[in-house]
Design a protein around this ligand. Structure first.
Ligand SMILES: Cc1ncc(COP(=O)(O)O)c(C=O)c1O
Length: 486
């Protein structure tokens, strides 16, 4: 322990413009490294000490307080996730702190959730106020907030130039539930059009992600997620994203609904072409199928417009739009927005939820939506996209064989790598940056929308260092399992 250097300070100083401080710490680090190298300590221990001293946020060791807490808790948790070693206990803006009180810049925003950053003070205040006023009454009674949020969702959506037919909203608790409602509503419309029940088929696309409940999972054709729980709900068919030619065979008179992400998030930040969405809409019109846009990840101003499909002509707008994630900025809430043609087919008792739209969640979401729909924020998202893209270009010049493509829009961006990015994720985390992956070998950038230009620059500098360590210095950075398992 006597050899331990305050590694945060060392790292900050080494990248600091004040050379005097940097050089004094560097000398200490160099002498520490030399002392360790000349010691009789076992090789693995030497490496661990040097690594600890040279990184700002090395993954907590097996002897750490973090590891003790994790080992104490893990036996009681169903092992649905594999998590990297740090444990986060505090958040503010674009930063998270672990239980060792070390700071990380967050390019993940809780998977595109904390659009207004962590622990936004206004949101926290409002949560407290509403929690002291009314939290829950059930949907058996009126409350001031479920309807107010529904009204705002419709008003903001139609005013934004997206889904011009938006008319009513069903409020629920998550993305999967929002899609589950959408799937049920489309089936009900199909039953109304054709009471024989023949019009019940559903279409979704390869590499999509719509959720983990049985209906939304049936629309998510990833064998890894579906196989352990087969058989899926009957009647689901899968097509190729952006394949216009395949649409006519895929969507038929038996189709009641088609669900698609205008930008696939988990699938690798793949953007649907306007031509494809328009062709899909036209085919849905021909056969009387409901078109559902899942904007759970890409919506709520992440692309610089309230909804990712907002730039499309009216003729390509959906019948149903689903949202969740950023709607509560971390408070669990989702919504299924429908047009009149759908709404008129749904009657009392068709669908429901105990918690969905309770006064606490609905009031918070009302506040968050009001702020996320701010045109100034949306404009800044596009400016920040420019900053990211500028850095991506530099990175691509430095790693021309590794970075093969940049995809996405606004602040949902993907860097396609030619190699497994998990060692980069680990190396970045150990240098104080949280980043996630998606698709096949894609690094995904979904930071809080309030991120500053300076923070983007800091994060991209860390990412460059991490990629240099992994690909140029060929440091043996082991990719920690888990970053890609949602
Ligand atoms: C596009 C999309 N749809 C649906 C979901 C499911 O949302 P939830 O995890 O809130 O159920 C996700 C989650 O990642 C998503 O990205």
């Amino acid at each position: 322990m006597a050899l331990r250097i305050p590694s945060m300070r060392l790292y900050a100083a080494l990248s600091s413009p004040r050379p005097a401080v940097a050089s004094s710490l560097y000398k200490r680090y160099a002498s520490t490294s030399a002392a360790v190298a000349n010691s009789n300590l076992p090789g693995a221990l030497k490496n661990a000490i040097v690594k600890e001293a040279s990184l700002p946020t090395p993954d907590p060791a097996s002897s750490s307080q973090t590891a003790r807490l994790v080992n104490d808790q893990l036996p009681y948790m169903v092992p649905t996730y594999v998590r990297p070693p740090p444990m986060f206990q505090k958040g503010e803006g674009c930063y998270l702190w672990d239980v060792e009180n070390r700071r990380y810049l967050d390019f993940t925003a809780g998977i595109a959730v904390n659009a207004l950053g962590h622990c936004d003070p206004e949101m926290a205040k409002l949560l407290g106020q509403q929690a002291q006023t009314l939290i829950h009454t059930s949907n058996l009674y009126h409350n001031p907030w479920t309807g107010t949020l529904s009204k705002l969702l419709i008003e903001k959506t139609t005013a934004s130039g997206a889904m011009h037919t938006a008319s009513k909203a069903f409020i629920c608790n998550s993305g999967s539930e929002a899609n589950e409602a959408a799937i049920k509503f489309a089936r009900k419309v199909g039953k109304t059009i054709d009471p024989s029940g023949a019009k019940h088929e559903f279409v979704s696309f390869h590499n999509s992600f719509h959720g983990r409940t049985m209906g939304s999972l049936s629309a998510t054709p990833n064998p890894k997620y579906q196989k352990p729980f087969s058989p899926m709900v009957p009647g689901f068919r899968y097509g190729t994203y952006n394949d216009i030619k395949g649409i006519n065979d895929l969507v038929t008179e038996s189709t009641c609904g088609v669900i698609i992400e205008p930008i696939q998030g988990e699938g690798g930040v793949n953007v649907a072409t306007p031509e494809f969405l328009l062709a899909l809409r036209n085919r849905c019109n021909e056969v009387g199928a409901i078109l559902i846009y899942d904007e759970i990840q890409c919506g709520l101003s992440r692309t610089g417009q309230l909804w990712a499909h907002g730039a499309l002509p009216k003729e390509a707008h959906p019948d149903i739009l689903t949202t969740a994630k950023a709607l509560g900025n971390g408070f669990p809430i989702g919504a299924t927005i429908v047009n009149e043609a759908v709404a008129t087919k749904i009657v009392t008792g068709d669908h429901g939820t105990t918690f969905g739209g309770n006064p606490l969640g609905a009031r918070v979401a009302h506040h968050i939506l009001s702020r996320l729909s701010d045109p100034e924020l949306q404009k800044s998202v596009l400016e920040k996209e420019g900053v990211f893209r500028k850095h991506f270009q530099t990175l691509q010049q430095r790693f021309p064989d590794i970075i093969t493509e940049v995809r996405g829009k606004g602040l949902i961006l993907g860097l396609q790598l030619s190699q497994d990015p998990t060692p980069v994720v680990t190396a970045a985390r150990e240098r104080g940056l949280l980043i996630i992956t998606c698709g096949t070998n894609t690094l995904r950038f979904v930071p809080p929308l309030i991120i500053s230009e300076t923070e983007i620059e800091q994060g991209m500098k860390i990412l460059e260092d991490a990629m240099t360590a992994v690909f140029k210095n060929a440091e043996s950075v082991e990719g920690t399992k888990g970053q890609q398992e949602m």
